[in-house]
Ligand binder design. Structure first.
Ligand code: SF4
Length: 67
């Protein structure tokens, strides 16, 4: 799969974070990324700066709150 379309402006990808998660999500499967899920469903402004790609439960709550 191609790189996530958000890589350029994503604070997680561009911060000093875990390279393993960047490889797993940003470079391979953004559909499983909590940040991408919120971005895709609710828009960029609803994605908390500190949301990590593996925090899917938190993503579901944010999406539910913004439906
Ligand atoms: S953290 Fe998620 S939204 Fe950000 S670049 Fe990686 S896959 Fe995309």
């Amino acid at each position: 799969m191609a790189d996530c379309e958000c890589i350029g402006g994503c604070p997680f990808f561009n911060g000093g974070n875990d390279g393993e998660m960047k490889s797993k999500y940003c470079k391979n499967n953004n559909l499983n990324c909590a940040r991408y899920m919120v971005f895709n469903s609710c828009g960029r402004d609803k994605v908390p700066a500190d949301l990590a790609p593996n925090e899917k439960e938190r993503a579901y709550l944010i999406i539910a709150e913004n439906m």
